[in-house]
Design a protein around this ligand. Structure first.
Ligand code: SAM
Ligand code: SF4
Length: 266
């Protein structure tokens, strides 16, 4: 499907939860966020129905994100349901990998193709500081489990405050090189000011080439991370919500009044 600026939209990012087991400083306040009430969170059936309509319209690439997708109970079941939609060529997940060693095998068996793992530093104490309490050893266990399960190619997402030449980023890059993992650098974004950048080595932030729509965990199709626009699949139905989002997808990002990334997964 094409939007009004002729961009081919084939990529759907699905946030399965706004909950997370970490509190990364650039993403969440220490006290956490006001959570979406569970009754408003989409069921797996609703997500799958929406995804099926999107795939019918031309989406062939789906990514599960959050919050942290692995804290959504029964996530492998959702992967199984999505992987059975004919026409899905690439089913991926963005995760902090804290729970990945526990889930990798089941996710792969359910049809997940690959994972992107967030890793901003190789230093245990910096990781614990940035994530407000996370244990970096669990991330490495998660990477090893993903490799064993064949959730490859594994990519690393590394948030940098200014540039990829920062020491923490260089160390993540070297680790990636040594272990055959592609590293993509994401400049830390400031949502209130609408400041965002192109993802180095990735597709994000490049408005003329943007190919994505997002589904929030409470059922809004969001055409742009840097806009407050959202179309409810429960109120409009999946097909119309997608059509409206497509018709109103902005030419380029502006400001938005919320830090949506933590709820709709970047
Ligand atoms: N919890 C999962 C994770 O951390 O990979 C998925 C959701 S997280 C919101 C998706 C990506 O957004 C992560 O790679 C994270 O590092 C990035 N992110 C979060 N806040 C950001 C910010 N302010 N600027 C740039 N990237 C950010
Ligand atoms: Fe959680 Fe991911 Fe945000 Fe970190 S970046 S707080 S892991 S959602």
């Amino acid at each position: 499907m094409k939007d009004r600026f002729g961009r081919e939209i084939n990529y759907l990012r699905i946030s399965v939860t706004d909950r997370c087991d970490l509190r990364c400083r650039y993403c969440m306040p220490a006290e956490g966020i006001e959570l979406i009430p569970m009754k408003d969170v989409l069921t797996f059936e609703e997500i799958t129905q929406l995804a099926a309509v999107a795939v019918e319209k031309g989406v062939d690439k789906i990514r599960l994100t959050g919050g942290e997708p692995l804290v959504r109970r029964g996530i492998a079941k959702l992967v199984d349901m999505l992987s059975k939609i004919p026409g899905v060529k690439d089913l991926a997940m963005s995760t902090n990998a804290i729970l990945l060693s526990r889930h990798a095998q089941d996710l792969a068996a359910a049809g997940l193709d690959r994972v992107n793992i967030s890793l901003d530093t190789m230093r245990p104490e910096v990781f614990t500081h940035v994530t407000r309490g996370g244990d970096i050893r669990k991330v490495f266990e998660g990477i090893a489990a993903a490799r064993r399960a064949g959730l490859t190619p594994i990519k690393l997402n590394c948030v940098v405050s200014k540039s990829s030449s920062e020491p923490n980023a260089r160390e993540v890059y070297s680790y990636g090189q040594e272990n055959g993992l592609e590293v993509r650098f994401i400049k830390q974004m400031n949502f209130a000011e609408g400041l965002f950048d192109i993802v180095e080595g990735g597709q994000g932030g490049d408005c003329p080439r943007c190919n994505r729509l997002r589904l929030s965990s409470d059922g809004l199709i969001r055409p742009c991370l840097f806009s407050d626009l959202g179309f409810s699949i429960r109120e409009l139905g999946p097909a119309e919500a997608i059509e409206r989002a497509l018709a109103e997808k902005p030419k380029s990002g502006g400001k938005c009044s919320h830090n949506w990334i933590r709820a709709i997964g970047g």
